[in-house]
Design a protein around this ligand. Structure first.
Ligand code: SIN
Length: 286
């Protein structure tokens, strides 16, 4: 694909491109906005460097991709319900980091996020990268027989282990001193989604299960579901399907949550990392 108003450089073999020539703090021209959106749909994750965004500018930049939305359980930035600060402090050594397991955002909701725009304010001197996995490639490289099996399955999702009665963050345990997560029984709700979804804009099929929120297949027990789910999770994160983003202060990542998983690497104990996320309203997966 060729672009007239932006420069696009691949970051990984399957997904992820860095886009240069864009100042997200200012409104983009129609042509530039269209090209950024095309690059997003074609590559599933796009990255920008050297941006300076206040919360309003970050929300306006996020609207290039979708409509900002508030998410449950995680305290938002004062005056900005669609923004959350994701922080691990130097003093949080030994704790979980938010987003540290492979996951697709909010699949425990009826309409999981379309995507998110993450902006880095402060990063550790080394480490703290984010990994992104291509769920189109994961689906397309399965055998015909496996795809036919998965095409007919529904998965049950829940936030129980993150924000419900089994929350690893319960009572402040393991949470950064700077993040407020309100686990509650609401987090135990079950939600069903197809195991393979069709992306509403690209029309392509992709896997839509993730280790954080998928509990089991509908009509099967957790024990019965586990072997196939474990196989799929290992398959999805094969090296050739994953790209790795090295953050700098001012970097921005925007991921298409409908066809990717991601994971924040927790390898920077003793250093502060502060990124700010705007989540985008998604649709009901089909
Ligand atoms: C997230 O999962 O939203 C956070 C990702 C990150 O901090 O890199």
């Amino acid at each position: 694909m060729s672009y007239e108003t932006i420069q696009v450089t691949p970051v990984g073999g399957a997904i992820g491109v860095e886009i240069a020539g864009v100042n997200l703090a200012e409104p983009l021209s129609n042509r530039q906005a269209q090209e950024v959106h095309e690059a997003f749909l074609a590559n599933s994750v796009v990255f920008f460097r050297d941006q300076t965004l206040d919360p309003e500018q970050q929300k306006r930049a996020a609207r290039l991709f979708g409509e900002p939305v508030a998410i449950p359980f995680v305290k938002s930035l004062d005056g900005h319900p669609e923004i959350i600060d994701i922080v691990k402090e130097a003093e949080d050594a030994g704790k979980y980091n938010f987003g540290g397991n492979w996951h697709t955002d909010t699949t425990f909701l009826e309409t999981p996020a379309l995507g998110s725009l993450l902006y880095a304010l402060e990063v550790p001197p080394r480490g703290g990268d984010t990994l992104f996995a291509d769920m189109y490639a994961a689906y397309e490289t399965l055998s015909d027989g496996m795809r036919a099996l998965l095409d007919g399955l529904t998965a049950v999702h829940t936030a129980s282990r993150s924000y419900g009665s089994q929350s690893k963050f319960q009572g402040g345990r393991n949470t950064s001193v700077s993040m407020k997560i309100d686990a509650s029984e609401e987090g135990d709700r079950l939600m069903e989604h197809p195991v393979v979804r069709t992306h509403p804009e690209s029309g392509r099929r992709c896997l839509f299960v993730n280790p954080n929120y998928t509990l089991r297949f509908k009509g099967m027990t957790e024990a019965e579901s586990r072997p196939l789910l474990e196989f799929l999770y290992a398959h999805c994160i094969r090296d050739e399907f994953v790209c790795r983003f090295r953050w700098q202060a001012g970097s921005v990542a925007v991921w298409d949550n409908r066809c990717t998983m991601h994971r924040a690497v927790n390898d920077y104990d003793g250093h502060r990392r502060h990124v700010r996320r705007v989540t985008l309203q998604g649709d009901r997966p089909h």
